[in-house]
Structures are given as C-alpha cells and as structure tokens.
Design a protein around this ligand. Structure first.
Ligand code: 13P
Length: 253
C-alpha cells in the first residue's frame, strides 16, 4: 500500500503584510517550529513578493519553506509587473501557488494559462500548488464535480508528479467568508480528485498531496485535516499571525 502523503500546511498571505509585522509573525512561527524535533508535516508561507527575501532569511534553519503566490507562464521577457518562476526559485522559494480563484477572477486566468504557469514552475524546479474550486452558483446547480474535474484535467501539466505538484481544493464561496463545506462534501470532492489523479498519474496520483482551503482556522482544522484524502491546508486569513496559524500547523505535527 502506498504511504499516506506527508501533510503540507501552507499560508497564503495574499496582498497582506508589511515588513515589520511580517517578520515578527514569521519569527514567532520559526521559534515554535524550532522546538519540534521531528515535524510530521511541511510548513510553507507564501508572502507578498516584497517579503520573500526578508522572510527567507528569518525562517532559515527552521524547516519553514517560502513560496510565491503566482508566477508567469513564460520563462522571462516583456511582462511588466510579473514574476518568473526562475526568479522565485532564485530567491529561495520551493513552491508557487498557481490558479488561485482570486487570480482566475481578477485577471481572467483560465485553465490553459494556469497549466502554462505550472509548467513554468516545474521548469524552474518549483512545486506548483494548483488551485481548483467551484463557485456558490456552480455548487447550487450540482456542478461541483464537473467543474473541478475540468479544472483539474485542463490545469494539470502532463509531466506532473507527486513531487512537483500539489492540488488545492478551494471552494470559491468558502474563501474569506467563514463558511466551510461539510466534512462529507470535502470528503466527496477529495475522493473524486484522488480517483481522477490515480487514473491519470497512477502511483503519483495516489501520492500527490491534496490540500483543502477556504476559511480554515484553529477551531475547524482538526476536523478538516482528518477527512480522507485531505493532506493539508491552504490557509488565507488565519495564516497572517503565528497565534492563528500555529494551532492549524499543530493539527498535523
Ligand atoms: P481564507 O483562509 O482566508 O478563507 O482564504 C483561503 C485561501 O484563499 C487560501 O489560498
């Protein structure tokens, strides 16, 4: 039997965090991580690009990884304001989030563009965290699995492996709202993702990490992390302070 994927607890700070507060919080996290001799999960912070370098230095030696929130689908070139995957790698990132629903909504990113970003991430030696998730209207119409299945098929690059790719299921309606799907709903979607991944990628599909994201907090993390095929969390609001994030990390330590 294949080993259970090692959990990943990832914080997505989105467009939040100035240097002093960001450094303070991440140092508190690093201090707590230092006290854990053999962590049972990986811990990642994806701060705004401006904080990548200072946070990288602040977490050095703690085992906490640093990642980007997005990258361009091209390796380099005339794309004002964008960041290339190789630049993230160069500054010390191990991961990059691609296809977050906020980017899909704000910038019209479609599955083809998300796949190009994931390919670029792989090319630079980064792990891509590919986000999928249905809107409230799609769930109401009973289209959840159909939408997620299509996003997965079309966003996942051909060369994806359990090492270079992580899937995050983030229902759009659960992000920043305090609402979460029921445990049974999360179980259904993650089982569906797992079966599709297994069919497409065989052993890699079984070993690939599947994160849940959307209003994860200290009070609901244990219940969500215990769901079959949930191998960690992608956390927004509750990742901004060590006090809020640590209880979520602790559920997987
Ligand atoms: P919240 O945890 O704030 O709901 O955000 C989730 C998210 O979008 C993480 O990428």
């Amino acid at each position: 039997m294949a080993a259970t994927p090692r959990p990943l607890i990832a914080g997505n700070w989105k467009m939040n965090g100035l240097k002093s507060a960001g450094l303070r919080e991440v140092k508190k996290l690093a201090t707590r991580m230092d006290k854990v001799s053999k962590p049972g999960c990986d811990v990642l912070i994806c701060p705004p690009a401006t904080l990548l370098a200072p946070l990288r230095d602040a977490v050095k030696g703690s085992g906490i990884a640093i990642g980007g929130q997005d990258c361009h689908g091209n390796a380099a070139g005339a794309h004002t304001g964008d960041i290339a995957a190789a630049m993230l790698k160069d500054i010390g990132c191990g991961y990059v989030i691609v296809g977050h629903s906020e980017r899909r909504a704000d910038y019209g990113e479609n599955d083809r563009m998300v796949r190009a970003k994931a390919v670029a991430a792989h090319g630079a030696g980064l792990r891509a965290i590919i986000c999928v998730g249905e809107t409230a209207a799609e769930r109401k119409n009973g289209e959840t699995l159909k939408i997620i299945g299509k996003q997965l098929t079309d966003s996942l690059p051909k060369n994806s492996t359990a090492k270079n790719t992580i899937i995050a299921y983030e229902p759009v309606w659960a992000i920043g709202t305090g609402l979460t799907p029921t445990v049974d709903d999360v179980k259904e979607v993650h089982a569906y993702l797992r079966s599709r991944l297994r069919r497409r990628l065989k052993a890699d599909g079984v070993a690939m990490r599947l994160l849940y994201g959307g209003s994860v907090k200290g009070s609901n993390a244990a219940e969500l992390m215990a769901v079959d095929n949930v191998n960690g969390a992608l956390v927004g609001g509750a990742s901004l302070t060590a006090a809020d994030f640590w209880p979520i990390v602790e559920t997987c330590l």
